[in-house]
Design a protein around this ligand. Structure first.
Ligand code: NAD
Length: 294
């Protein structure tokens, strides 16, 4: 079994981005600038946003964190989005999901200027992605495609099974894997909560992307020998022996499937760090389009 080390790859790519930024700026031009909006107190979201801001610093980006109270209204958030859309010093921004229940996430996503939508969630970017046009790719699927590419994992002609059909992971990764591109050209099956006899699909898969949010769901008897496992799940389970009281596990039962698969992404240290790196790659692209080449 080979570990697909997302953390190490992410560090390599961050170094590449930092080198490019330092070459472009040479102290004369302003650096790329990412803004992140965090509404409420969700602890997992706070950790994700902190990682994003820290990674910006590592790459020589400027970053702005806008923290808002849980009771921020939808109109107040729409106003912040409008200001960020219009701010020429901001190349791209994200609104960290999930948002508090009283705010309509779709309304917020639609309000973001697609040219600054470095999370790639706006329907304009999603549509362009589906048609194979240049677009900001959603960060998690983009990170997975980068891992497959850099680890030279053959995707063309393979049977890929995606578990989960969310707008941010399952559906876009199924599109990217099936696109006429490299990596891509796979035969993709998308399984979800209404799929019957799901293991019949996974047992035939060369590559499985599992994005369900169910701890240790994928077992050894559900995969074939030599399969590639991309584990997107990030689940907190109780671990009284730890100071934090919890530990993170993926959607694949690592101890079981790692004895049978050819490659696997660990949790933590797999897909997660690559998601952050993809966001930085998109922001660098936005900087070039919105500032350098304007
Ligand atoms: P989601 O809850 O939006 O979607 C889950 C999907 O799983 C749904 O499409 C549902 O149909 C399917 N599903 C649920 N139960 C099922 C079952 N028993 N059988 C088959 N399908 C089932 O989740 P999401 O936002 O795509 O996130 C999935 C997981 O990935 C979560 O653990 C999340 O924390 C994690 N995640 C990680 C990253 C990262 O950067 N590593 C990014 C996003 C999400």
């Amino acid at each position: 079994m080979n570990l697909i080390d997302g953390k190490a790859l992410s560090n390599t790519i961050k170094e590449e981005i930092a080198a490019e930024v330092s070459k472009i700026c040479k102290g004369q031009k302003r650096p790329p600038h990412l803004a992140a909006v965090l509404v409420g107190e969700d602890p997992a979201s706070a950790v994700y946003v902190r990682n994003k801001v820290r990674s910006c610093e590592k790459c020589g980006f400027e970053s702005t964190l806008i923290k808002k109270r849980e009771n921020t209204t939808e109109d107040e958030l729409l106003e912040i989005v409008k200001e960020l859309n219009e701010d020429e010093d901001i190349d791209g921004f994200i609104v960290q999901l999930p948002l508090p229940k009283h705010i309509d996430e779709n309304k917020i996503t639609l309000a973001i200027d697609p040219g600054k939508d470095v999370d790639g969630f706006h329907p304009t970017n999603f549509g362009k992605m589906a048609q194979g046009l240049p677009a900001y790719l959603p960060a998690t699927p983009f990170g997975i495609m980068t891992m497959l590419d850099r680890y030279n994992i053959e995707v063309q002609g393979k049977n890929c099974v995606v578990l989960g059909r969310s707008n941010i992971v399952g559906t876009p990764i199924s599109i990217l894997l099936s696109r006429k591109a490299k990596p891509g050209n796979a035969t993709v099956t998308l399984c979800h909560s209404r799929t019957q006899n799901l293991a019949d699909y996974t047992r035939k898969a060369d590559i499985i992307v599992v994005a369900l949010g169910i701890p240790n769901y994928l077992k050894a008897d559900m995969i074939k020998e030599g399969a590639v496992i991309i584990d997107v799940g990030i689940n907190r389970i109780e671990a009284p022996e730890r100071k934090s009281g919890y530990r993170l596990v993926g959607d694949a039962d690592f101890d079981e499937v790692s004895t049978k698969c050819s490659h696997i992404t660990p949790v933590p240290g797999g897909v997660g760090p690559m998601t952050v790196t993809s966001l930085l790659t998109n922001t660098l692209q936005a900087y070039k389009s919105n500032f350098l080449n304007k």
